[in-house]
Design a binder for this molecule. Sequence first.
Ligand code: HEC
Ligand code: HEC
Ligand code: HEC
Length: 356
Amino acid sequence: MLPKWFNTWNRDNPTNIYGPAILVGAAGLAVTVAAFVVVVGQPYATDSLQTGPRGTGMSVPEFESDLSEADPTIAGYLTRAQISDDAIASISDEALQNVPPGLGDISDEQYAELVVAMRAWTGIPDLMEDPDNYQTQIAYTMVGMTQSVNENWIGHVQSNAEVGVTCYTCHRGQPVPSEIWFRLGPVNEAAEGWAAVQNRVTTQSQYTSLPSDALEEYLLNYGQIGVHDLESHVAEYPSEGIQTWQDAERTYSLMNYVSNSLGVNCVFCHNSRAFYDPAQVTPQWATEMLGISMVQEINNDWLVPLEGLYPPERLGPVFADAPKAACKTCHKGYQQPLQGLNVIGEWPELALVESD
Ligand code: HEC
Ligand code: HEC
Ligand code: HEC
């Protein structure tokens, strides 16, 4: 079907095409092999979690090299089975007499096991030994707080499976848990009003120029997080009680904190075309909603009232306020604390508030 002139030209100019063909073939094979190695064999392959309909960009990419690395603190978790008879025998009678309120019903042996575990989880070797010691007194409240979180916030701490929390979820073997926070107040003394709460790199602004008071405003003071609606408010601005773009910055500050606390991005919970719409969210959005109320309760009902018990060096640097908790105090950068390890199954005494 080729034109006549081409056949004539071809006959008059014979060329050996096999040499170049082999060359092109070899080069093609090399490219294919290289592409295969890059795609299948390279160490930085990513995995992604689909959180919404395909094509809407609702997926959270993660490096597989991160995924295969277990949270290193999981190995340090003391289980009930690991507690030896020697360890139980080493608990003194004084400590055994010193039972926090809320644990009255358990046997001596069960309580001795719990004391061994609480000492390991908090890294305090003489916890519960002396009833007048401030750490022991704080531990009374901590037991009640842990029971309350496990019993009253099942929708959060068992949102997927039996997981729950124990002292180790926050403490990880340390008397002072990591990722606690204090009130900061104005962080920029050169400015007044709104400008004074932002533009300063702090851990609470997640090292951004966003406001540093988001945790205080939302996880202590019950501030309104939602800022968006579909009406025009041009005529009303600026006025009291109207959410402004400044409030939106604080909301973003909180959302940044939340994302970093869990090691996820925004579409883990939202459809990014409609951040405001609770009808276009993932189940994790609702888990966070419960988490916000739970953290407000942990701070206001349990941690803030402990203020008078701490030695001064444990209090906040600006307002001498009690240390507080938030999402990262439990999650430590993981989607689920301790990567979903069930910590409550074998410690029912920490799961139930005594009914009396
Ligand atoms: C007292 C410890 C604690 C605190 C504080 C806490 N969480 Fe959680 N959270 C948990 C536990 C435990 C789970 C695991 C539940 C499960 O997998 O069944 C969890 C699960 C979640 C999940 C579900 C993850 C998934 O894979 O489905 C989300 C989302 C979440 N938390 C968000 C938050 C946010 C946001 C905050 C702060 C406002 C917060 N959490 C504060 C303990 C905590
Ligand atoms: C939701 C997180 C959380 C859980 C769960 C938790 N704690 Fe705490 N705990 C804290 C925070 C925050 C502090 C204040 C840190 C400080 O003392 O500076 C604290 C402080 C303490 C202190 C005082 C430490 C010191 O030297 O100042 C003791 C003791 C303690 N906790 C024991 C326990 C025990 C025992 C449990 C389990 C029954 C427990 N905690 C569970 C968050 C938690
Ligand atoms: C773990 C789930 C979760 C993650 C991750 C998350 N959000 Fe949110 N977001 C929520 C929840 C829950 C609310 C509603 C809070 C409320 O109204 O009390 C919310 C509210 C908002 C709002 C306010 C919506 C309104 O009605 O005005 C904005 C804006 C927002 N998020 C943006 C973001 C951005 C940006 C990111 C990523 C940096 C992000 N969120 C990450 C759960 C999440």
